[in-house]
Design a protein around this ligand. Structure first.
Ligand code: HEM
Ligand SMILES: *[C@@H]1O[C@H](CO)[C@@H](O)[C@H](O)[C@H]1NC(C)=O
Ligand SMILES: *[C@@H]1O[C@H](CO)[C@@H](O)[C@H](O)[C@H]1NC(C)=O
Ligand SMILES: *[C@@H]1O[C@H](CO)[C@@H](O)[C@H](O)[C@H]1NC(C)=O
Ligand SMILES: *[C@@H]1O[C@H](CO)[C@@H](O)[C@H](O)[C@H]1NC(C)=O
Ligand SMILES: *[C@@H]1O[C@H](CO)[C@@H](O)[C@H](O)[C@H]1NC(C)=O
Ligand SMILES: *[C@@H]1O[C@H](CO)[C@@H](O)[C@H](O)[C@H]1NC(C)=O
Ligand SMILES: *[C@@H]1O[C@H](CO)[C@@H](O)[C@H](O)[C@H]1NC(C)=O
Length: 533
């Protein structure tokens, strides 16, 4: 239901609305956001770096007593990426520019948290997840996993190729500079107090980078000499505010020996302690305020960047859906994830496939495994198409009938996205006749194209990484066959037989009626059968 209020704001009531599958970008972002630990989370590794929340992987000794944490690093990294935003001219913000060495070398970015997180960001980035999205997700997952509120996440940040203008606030600046700095970033004075408190519930200040703020501590539980902002530095809670109000704070930016750098003291006190007192009095108010401010911080993007809708978990989500033509058989591989469920041996899950002739077939799915997210708050169960105790077998379909869409039946309840079904494109797919090795042929990719579809182009897609680590897709066109080579009675082959790199990996793309489609799973040439000699 949508209500229009007098002020013109749209308010959406009722159950959370999720996007329609398939949407390659949203599917990929949703997976990094929600498939955090356990089954089918190979590319979504962010949560493994903040679990447990005191984990710190970059200490030379990997000491649990370094006093540092990856969780704090993620949050500071995201803030320093966002803080260059100029809301007047729309430049700067969450565009991943903090990964660039030139930004990291600036005095305003003193510290090693940025370099620490960047190596991990690279493992998550792909064609649909930018460096900037991965930085935002790292911070969000750290906050949510370590006791914080759930944060609305949008994707679609675009990676900058060059550094932004400087603009991260520094502790020695005065209060007016900080108010002006946050105003430039798009935050009021009250929001500044909130955002600083929300960030400084994690981590602290290191002696090695800020010797004028923190002395050598001689503390065996803080071997990196980190003076923490509150007594619970790896947990989201309102202690940063409560300890400030009660006068017990050890925050080095409040009670530091050099008053010039006591920026948190000036900021927290700038409205006569009103905002920070409200946080000290109410953990719930602090959490809800931080959820809102963190979301806005992460959504601080240069003008012209259009973020996606807030990404909600799909209740029923097909995953790794992959078609392969095997002679006269169309193989349909896949999994389905049931969000926020635990394993239940009495549950029955069926997949129904709808073909091009209006016919259907169905198969019972078997439980495969579970995954979890948000520090164990959510569990999801995964079921495999035609899974057996030996693994995942494809469903074997008739290529003539093909497959247009799927629906699922979970304990007798139809799950079909409100009647839309889960659309499957069977217009083109890898053919099992693809091969590698055997001179003179090094590799041949055969793509089976459904007769009558007539794509204007069929091509291999390879991920290209440029000198500043931005991802883009290189398309390698397959020359249309001069005469049709039948794969079977419903499909013909488009072949590329001059491939020389056996380590090549790719997806397949095609342009049909002006729209580009891509296969989902990355294909590796070394998986192909040997070419016949
Ligand atoms: C006037 C504004 C701010 C100033 C002057 C400031 C200053 C600092 C300084 C000097 C450090 C120590 C860094 C180190 O030793 O590596 C720090 C750490 C940190 N800051 Fe801020 N900060 C500000 C605002 C924020 C905001 C808005 C956030 C997030 C919303 C944030 C999040 C963090 C976090 C999580 C750490 C801990 C990093 C770690 O322990 O690895 N800061 N801040
Ligand atoms: C922000 O952008 C405006 C418009 O270009 C400019 O006048 C202003 O100086 C910028 N602010 C900062 C702090 O760079
Ligand atoms: C206090 O900090 C300011 C700014 O970093 C610095 O210029 C000054 O020397 C410091 N004073 C002491 C006593 O460390
Ligand atoms: C704000 O709180 C701090 C810490 O308790 C205290 O030192 C300061 O006097 C307070 N400021 C005001 C205006 O009440
Ligand atoms: C998750 O499932 C539990 C148990 O069925 C339910 O109480 C809870 O509301 C669900 N949470 C969400 C966010 O759907
Ligand atoms: C599943 O297929 C069987 C035949 O194989 C059919 O009898 C049954 O009605 C189908 N069930 C559904 C839900 O389509
Ligand atoms: C499941 O896989 C097995 C082994 O490949 C095959 O014999 C069987 O026909 C498949 N079931 C369906 C419904 O496709
Ligand atoms: C292979 O053939 C395709 C056309 O099918 C052509 O576009 C491509 O440049 C060729 N690649 C090599 C390495 O010769």
């Amino acid at each position: 239901m949508v209500f229009r209020l007098a002020c013109g704001t749209l308010v959406f009531l009722g159950t959370a609305h999720a996007y329609v599958w398939p949407s390659p970008q949203l599917d990929a972002l949703e997976a990094v956001r929600f498939d955090q630990l356990g089954f089918n989370t190979l590319i979504a590794t962010l949560a493994t770096f903040v679990q447990p929340c005191n984990l710190f992987l970059f200490d030379p000794t990997i000491s649990p007593n370094s006093g540092r944490s990856d969780a704090a690093d993620w949050i500071r990294t995201a803030y320093h990426d966002a803080a260059t935003h100029n809301s007047t001219d729309g430049t700067g913000g969450m565009d991943g520019s903090i990964r660039l060495p030139e930004e990291q070398a600036r005095a305003e970015n003193a510290g090693n948290g940025f370099a620490n997180t960047m190596g991990i960001v690279l493992a998550v980035v792909d064609r649909y997840v930018s460096n900037a999205d991965a930085i935002a997700l790292g911070a969000l997952i750290a906050i949510e996993t370590c006791g914080g509120p759930e944060i609305a996440f949008r994707g679609g940040r675009v990676d900058a190729a060059v550094p932004n203008a400087p603009g991260v606030p520094a502790p020695e600046q005065d209060l007016d500079s900080h108010i002006a700095s946050f105003a430039r970033q798009g935050f009021t004075q009250t929001e500044m107090i909130g955002l600083v408190a929300c960030g400084h519930t994690f981590g602290g200040v290191q002696h090695s980078f800020f010797p004028n703020i923190v002395n050598v501590l001689n503390d065996p539980t803080s071997t990196d000499n980190v003076a923490h902002f509150d007594s619970t530095p790896v947990t989201f809670d309102n202690n940063v505010a409560a300890e400030y109000i009660s006068g017990t704070t050890t925050n080095p930016l409040v009670v530091g020996f050099n008053d010039t750098t006591n920026s948190d003291k000036r900021i927290f006190g700038s409205d006569g302690n009103a905002t920070i007192l409200s946080f000290a009095n109410s953990p719930d108010l602090f959490a809800s305020t931080c959820a809102d401010l963190f979301a806005r911080m992460l959504d601080t993007v240069p003008s012209g960047v259009e973020l996606t809708e807030v990404i909600k978990p799909l209740p029923v989500k097909p995953s790794s859906v992959n078609l392969i033509m095997d002679g006269d058989t169309l193989q349909l591989f896949g999994l389905v994830r049931l969000w926020n469920t635990t394993e239940d041996p009495t549950r029955t899950v069926r997949v129904i496939w709808h073909d091009h002739n209006g016919g259907t077939g169905n198969s019972t799915l078997n439980f495969v495994s579970t995954s979890s997210s948000t520090g164990g708050k959510y569990t999801a169960t995964w079921y495999g198409f035609n899974s057996t105790v030996f693994g995942l077998m494809p469903l074997l379909l008739d290529p003539v009938a093909g497959v247009k869409s799927l629906s699922f039946v979970v304990d007798g309840i139809l799950e079909d996205q409100g009647g839309l079904g889960f659309a499957i494109q069977d217009a083109f797919m890898l053919s099992q006749t693809s091969c590698q090795g055997g001179l003179p042929v090094i590799g041949r990719v055969d793509v089976a194209v459904r007769n009558g579809v007539n794509p204007s182009r069929v091509y291999l897609e390879q991920i290209n990484i440029d000198s500043v680590l931005r991802r883009s897709i290189t398309e390698i066109d397959i020359t249309p066959p001069s005469q049709l080579v039948a794969a079977n009675s419903a499909y013909s082959l488009w072949s590329m037989n001059n491939l020389t790199d056996q380590s090549m990996s790719f997806t397949i793309g095609a342009e049909i009626d002006g729209i580009k489609y891509s296969t989902t799973d990355v294909l590796y040439m070394f998986d192909f059968a040997p070419c016949p000699t």
